[in-house]
Design a protein around this ligand. Sequence first.
Ligand code: COA
Length: 317
Amino acid sequence: MRAQIIGTGSCLPEKIVTNDFLSTIVDTSDEWISQRTGIRERAVCTDETLTDLLTQAANQALERAGITAQELDLILCATIRGDYITPSQACVIQKEIGASCPAMDISAACTGFIYALDVAAGYFARKKVKKVLVLAGDCMTRMMDWSDRSTCVLFGDGAGAVVLGEGENLMAIQLTANGNVDVLNIPHVGGDSPFDKLPKSQSYLSMNGKEVYKFAVSSMYRDVQTVCDQAGVKVEDVDWIVPHQANLRIIEAAAHKLKVSGEKCLTGIENLGNTSAASIPIVLDRANTEGKFKAGDLLVLTAFGAGLTTGACVLRW
Ligand code: COA
C-alpha cells in the first residue's frame, strides 16, 4: 500500500457524564457499568454538533501534518449519521475547513474508520491522491433510548481524524461484512409522507449485547491473525494493538486469546465510552500526542460493529 499517517487529531464534547450521574436517570450503578464494561464516564454532546467536533479534529490533524486544507485531494468521513442526511458529513467538513477536493461518507458503523482507510488506500494505489483526510465521528448519545439501561450507558460522543500522505507504512487491511440487522440496528428517521404505510419507529439503537460480545471477541481474534499474516508479520512482534473501544472485557478477552499482553493494548474506554468509528482515531491521537509511538513501531488496528462489519489494519508508525 502506498500510504502512511502523517497527522492525527481528535475532539470530544465538553460535558462529562459519570456513571453515578447515569444512575439518577436509569436503574443502574457505577459498579455495574464499570465492572461489565470498564466505562467510568463519557463525553456527551449538548449544544455541539457533529460538524463542530469533526472540524476541530480535522484542523488539528491538518496542522500536525503540516499541510493546508487546500492541499487535500480527498475527504472521507466514517459516520453512522451525519448532521444532515444530505449533504454528506464529509462535504459539510470540506466547507468548514476550506478544502475544495471530492468528499464522501462511509457507512460501516464502528468499523467505519478502517473501511475508510481501505477506500483511501485504493485511491493511493491508483495514484489519484497525495493527501487524504480520513475522519470518523458520531453523536451516539443522540441515537439512544434513554430509558433503556442496557444500551444508553455504553456510548459516548467524539470525533477523530488522520491525514494520510504517500508512503509504504499502511501494510495490510482486512475487512468483512456479515449482514445481520437483528443483532444491532438503528432504524431510519421517518418523513411524513401521506402515502407511507410503514409503521413509524423511533430512531433508537437496539442491540443484543451478548451476541455482539461473542461476535466481537471471536472476530478480533480472527482478524488480527489474518491481517498480520497478510502483512507478513507475527502477532507477537506487534508493538501496539489499537482496538475499537466498546467494552474493556472484549479487549481483554481478545488479547488473552491472542496471547498479547495487556500493556500492548491501547485503551481509552474508561472516559470515552463507545464512540463508534471515532474510538480508534481518538485513541491513536492520544497515544501519538503522548509520544507513545516510536518510528518503526508495528501497530494493529481492529474493530467490529453494526453490519455486522469487522476490519483490521497493520501499519508501521
Ligand atoms: N445497569 C444495571 N443492570 C443492567 C444494566 C445496567 N446498565 N444493563 C443490563 N442490566 C442487567 C440486565 O437486565 C440483566 O439482569 P437480569 O440478569 O436480572 O436479567 C443483567 O444486568 C445482566 O445483563 P447481561 O446482558 O447478561 O450483561 P452482560 O454481562 O452480557 O453485559 C453488555 C452486557 C452490553 C455490557 C455486554 O454484553 C456487551 O458489552 N456486549 C457488547 C456490546 C457492544 O460492544 N456493542 C457495541 C458494538 S460496536
